[in-house]
Design a protein around this ligand. Structure first.
Ligand SMILES: *Cc1c(COP(=O)(O)O)cnc(C)c1O
Length: 391
């Protein structure tokens, strides 16, 4: 069966292939999440047992309210909410704190959704330059703050910093940046889209005012889903409740939270997140094994002449950017399929997820592959190199 219904094909990549797609790896669902999607797929399914005070995160059956408490604990913060993606987490925080013309400090490797969250409220992003190792440091952040202060006469309103960035998968000095944020009394959001749900994260230890995570990136959850967490100190601001009164009817909506649009992540997406949570909680304890596997992979990968790893070494994350300009790209120059020869060869070996046609710089993510799959992947690359006479 190729089509699930007319025009829409069955998706079976995870079943039929080894998938090294950089953004898909840690969002793969658990069987439990798949069950939740089937059972809770209907629109307002989570509202069966909703009662006073009528807010999603207060529902006790299924235990959505308990999940919120556990989630906050899991990331070392006081309060948490679920949102449709990390981006909606940035948006909630930025729109609560930043006004038109305000500056927001971000990384030179910041994700586009951080830019958009700032743009949405009329703020201006100011990027911190990378050091020689392609890492953001506290020192560079402090220098950027000084520069912004000189040029605009005002301190930035917020620092948003990626724990691991999406370009190289490098770890940035969150602690150093948090310290600078404290020194300047600027609020600090740690973007954990690539870390929350795959490794242990503790917002309190990071001295973060806000933590943002992505359900579909790193939490074995369907899209869209995400997490925004904060301290009691900031909760009243970011999770403020509606004050609006209807001028004709005098209606008020009590405890609905403005930034959450009342109720946020409803139905199957939330229940799937909850269904994956026990496994997510367990899997973060085994992050060390994932790091061992990627380091094994990159060491073998670099044995192919001309191959380079652009991400920091040794790897601290499974997301990795590589450069094959000196190897596979040389073959692509004269091959009739150009860069697609490489995808063809991978696909023949049941490997997908590299950027089709790319033979210069590309990204991969080995998260969740077994040792057998890692060795198979390594062998496949050696085999392709051999076939084309690369040493
Ligand atoms: C993927 C990603 C995001 C966006 O996450 P969504 O959950 O899709 O909104 C933001 N920041 C970084 C660093 C990311 O890698």
């Amino acid at each position: 069966m190729k089509q699930m219904i007319e025009d829409i094909e069955v998706r079976a990549r995870e079943e039929l292939f080894i998938n090294i797609n950089p953004i898909q790896a840690a969002g793969r669902l658990t069987p439990e999440a798949m069950k939740a999607i089937i059972s809770y797929g209907d629109g307002y399914s989570t509202c069966d047992w909703c009662g006073k005070p009528f807010r999603l995160d207060k529902i006790r059956r299924p235990p959505i309210s308990e999940f919120h408490v556990e989630l906050a604990k899991f990331v070392g913060m006081d309060q948490a909410r679920v949102v449709p993606g990390a981006r909606r987490g940035f948006q909630a925080v930025v729109s609560s704190l930043v006004e038109k013309g305000d500056s927001v400090i971000v990384s030179s490797l910041a994700h586009y959704t951080e830019f958009l969250a700032v743009e949405d409220v009329g703020g201006v992003v100011k990027e911190v330059p990378l050091n020689e190792e392609n890492v953001i440091t506290g020192e560079n952040t402090a220098q950027k703050i000084e520069k912004v202060k000189r040029e605009t006469g005002k301190l930035p309103k917020l620092i948003m910093m990626d724990h691991f960035d999406y370009m190289l998968g490098n770890e940035h000095d969150i602690h150093g940046v948090a310290k600078v944020a404290k020194d300047y009394d600027i609020s600090f959001l740690a973007n954990c889209a690539y870390s929350m749900g795959v490794m242990p994260i503790n917002g309190r230890e990071m001295s973060a005012d806000f933590l943002v995570g992505s359900g579909h990136k790193s939490f074995a959850s369907p899209a869209p889903s995400g997490i925004v967490a904060t301290t009691d100190e900031w909760a009243d601001k970011v999770f403020r409740t509606t004050q609006m009164v209807g001028d004709v009817t005098g209606r008020k909506f009590g405890i609905k939270e403005v930034e959450m649009m009342g109720c946020t992540l409803m139905g199957a997406n939330l229940i799937a997140m909850m269904a994956s949570f026990p496994k997510v909680r367990e899997r973060v304890k085994h992050w060390g094994d994932e790091v061992k596997k990627i380091n094994y992979f990159v060491n073998e990968f670099r044995k192919i002449e001309g191959n380079k790893v652009l991400s920091e070494m040794p790897r601290k994350h499974t997301l990795t950017k590589v450069d094959t300009t000196g190897s596979f790209d040389k073959i692509a120059q004269t091959h009739k399929r150009r860069g697609f020869f490489f995808s063809d060869e991978l696909k023949k070996r049941r490997i997908v997820g590299e950027f089709a046609g790319a033979t210069r710089q590309w990204k991969l993510n080995t998260y969740g592959l077994t040792w057998d799959q890692i060795k198979y992947l390594t062998h496949a690359l050696h085999d392709i190199a051999k076939k084309y006479g690369i040493n």
